[in-house]
Ligand binder design. Structure first.
Ligand SMILES: Cc1cc2nc3c(=O)[nH]c(=O)nc-3n(C[C@H](O)[C@H](O)[C@H](O)COP(=O)(O)O)c2cc1C
Length: 225
């Protein structure tokens, strides 16, 4: 089948698009408003952009009230946010924080989560999460929508600090992803989690060298020419 997005003539009972770029990691974004109220919400239009230095992005649609969400306002007004890795064990708490609470409601309290202080930024970290990224706001790219909800703000942040709980680091230095069990978003109301890993050695062509492998792994400091 083929359909044009402008016509939206897919003929399926359920919209297929969000089921195509899957699985998507879930950015669980904690911020503070200007009065210091804590905010926490999940964003699956979320990814890393690059690694040296590391940048990430989240894409925040407007609400059905055509207003920008608390996360967008807080990041642009305070210049800081934290991403907390979502795990299979934290799925219910993550889902609770997605409800449309008023700006002054603390989603940490609503979901029964514990606040941990950050080191380089002010927003709290989710203590129950195994990995957190402290981020400084860089810029917003505004995408016009065909509806009020379709209008989106792509928010780019620079990662300035990384927390990893020691119990999730393996003796060989890798993160223990099978123990973390990251939760990921699929289409509809479906989710998956990482419970299987396999390794593919990098393919090599003439001219490839060790540095290319280091780049694939995300090593920094190896390219200072
Ligand atoms: C798993 C999951 C992923 C979500 N991803 C997004 C997203 O990528 N963009 C978005 O605008 N809303 C997304 N939402 C909805 C927001 O979390 C929701 O609108 C939330 O109330 C926003 O809170 P805030 O106003 O405190 O920022 C998602 C919800 C869930 C449960």
């Amino acid at each position: 089948m083929f359909y044009e997005t402008e016509k939206n003539d897919h003929g399926l009972a359920r919209p297929p698009f969000k089921s195509i770029a899957v699985p998507r990691p879930i950015g669980w974004i904690s911020t503070l408003d200007e009065n210091g109220n804590a905010n926490l919400a999940p964003y699956s239009q979320f990814t890393n952009l690059t690694f040296d230095p590391p940048y990430i992005l989240l894409s925040v649609n407007q609400g059905i009230d055509a207003l920008r969400k608390d996360t967008t306002n807080n990041i642009e007004r305070t210049g800081e946010f934290v991403h907390n890795m979502v795990t299979y064990d934290l799925m219910q708490q993550m889902n609770t924080t997605a409800a449309a609470f008023p700006p002054d409601v603390d989603e940490f309290e609503a979901a029964g989560l514990t606040k941990a202080p950050s080191v380089l930024v002010k927003p709290w970290r989710v203590a129950e999460s195994p990995v957190q990224l402290e981020c400084k706001y860089v810029q917003t790219i505004r995408l016009p929508g065909t509806s009020c909800v379709g209008s989106a703000d792509i928010i780019i942040g620079k990662v300035v600090g990384v927390h990893i709980k020691d119990e999730f680091i393996l003796p060989d230095g890798k993160l223990d992803i099978l123990k973390i069990r990251p939760l990921a978003r699929m289409g509809y109301s479906d989710y998956t989690c990482v419970d299987r890993i396999f390794t593919i050695e990098p393919s090599k062509a003439a001219g490839d060298n060790e540095e290319r492998t280091l780049g694939l792994e995300g090593a920094t400091g190896a390219f200072n020419k």
